[in-house]
Design a protein around this ligand. Structure first.
Ligand SMILES: [Zn+2]
Length: 56
């Protein structure tokens, strides 16, 4: 399976509302399952992302 196939699959899951995607200014895109509200904090310098338990 090629990467293009993987990305097409991800787009289908997004359209179905099963996953969220979050674009980053570096061009990186992060995907996560839609289970419940999740919050992330991403450092704009080193792009480290941590998951938070609640909205800051
Ligand atoms: Zn940092």
């Amino acid at each position: 399976m090629g990467l293009a196939t993987v990305y097409r699959g991800l787009q289908v899951l997004i359209k179905k509302g099963l996953i969220h995607s979050r674009g980053h200014q570096t061009g990186e895109v992060l995907y996560n399952l839609v289970e419940r509200d999740t919050y992330y904090l991403t450092c704009v310098y080193c792009v480290v992302t941590i998951r938070l338990n609640s909205c800051p």
